[in-house]
Design a protein around this ligand. Structure first.
Ligand SMILES: O=P(O)(O)OP(=O)(O)OP(=O)(O)OC[C@H]1O[C@@H](n2cnc3c(O)ncnc32)[C@H](O)[C@@H]1O
Ligand SMILES: [Mg+2]
Length: 194
């Protein structure tokens, strides 16, 4: 049975990755913009609260089950920043180029370049669902100061996977999904929904 699901995100990179991950599983994924859902506020200091807020917002405005992703890059030498503020690290309007430039600048004086991507997914059956399904994933790497690769989105050209000697932007889509914070979280979520 094909289940229609709203993806409570306006990020084109996430949309593409979720479509790749979910279409083989029989979900019919529709971006919230197809229903004219405006971007939700993300006022919270935790990934899980923001993801829940986004999921409820989309479910409320569409009357359909919704899946939200709140994610970011957490840099150890920066105390976990930009973390939950990754999308708007360099301020509004959101810009990957300015975020990346700020991250490299802020990390210049630090020897420890270790970082991880973190992703929380929240699925709600309806807007007031009292039992949201929650999953998460973490992906470790290092921040490099020169971009490499054309794939992915956001911080990917600067996020090195030391064991592969490649940045995330140098992985093909399938390999990113197999390894990523988002891929891990989604597989965990699908297990919980079975
Ligand atoms: O809230 P939505 O509409 O889903 O889209 P967003 O881009 O604002 O998403 P978030 O609030 O979750 O912020 C996550 C940011 O973290 C970064 N990020 C998350 N996952 C990433 C990935 O797989 N590769 C590169 N950057 C990523 C990227 O800068 C995102 O904009
Ligand atoms: Mg956002």
């Amino acid at each position: 049975m094909t289940q229609t699901l709203i993806l409570a995100s306006n990020n084109a990179g996430k949309l593409r990755e979720f479509a790749e991950l979910l279409s083989p599983l029989g979900f019919d994924l529709k971006p919230q913009r197809d229903f004219d859902v405006p971007e939700a506020e993300e006022p919270h200091a935790t990934f899980v609260e923001n993801a829940l807020t986004k999921a409820r917002h989309a479910a409320r405005l569409t009357g359909l089950p919704a899946l939200a992703d709140d994610s970011g890059v957490c840099v150890n030498a920066l105390g976990g920043a930009p973390g939950v503020y990754s999308a708007r690290y360099a301020g509004e309007p959101k810009s990957d180029a300015r975020n990346n430039a700020k991250l490299i600048q802020d990390l210049k004086a630090h020897a420890d370049k270790s970082a991880y991507y973190y992703c929380v997914l929240v699925y709600v059956r309806h807007a007031d669902d009292p039992q949201p399904v929650i999953a998460d994933g973490r992906w470790d790497g290092e921040i490099v100061d020169a971009p490499r690769g054309q794939g992915g989105f956001g911080y990917d050209p600067f996020f090195l996977l030391p064991e592969l000697g490649r940045t995330v932007a140098e992985l093909d889509a399938e390999e990113k999904n197999r390894r990523s914070h988002r891929g891990q979280a989604l597989r965990q979520l699908v297990e919980k929904l079975r």
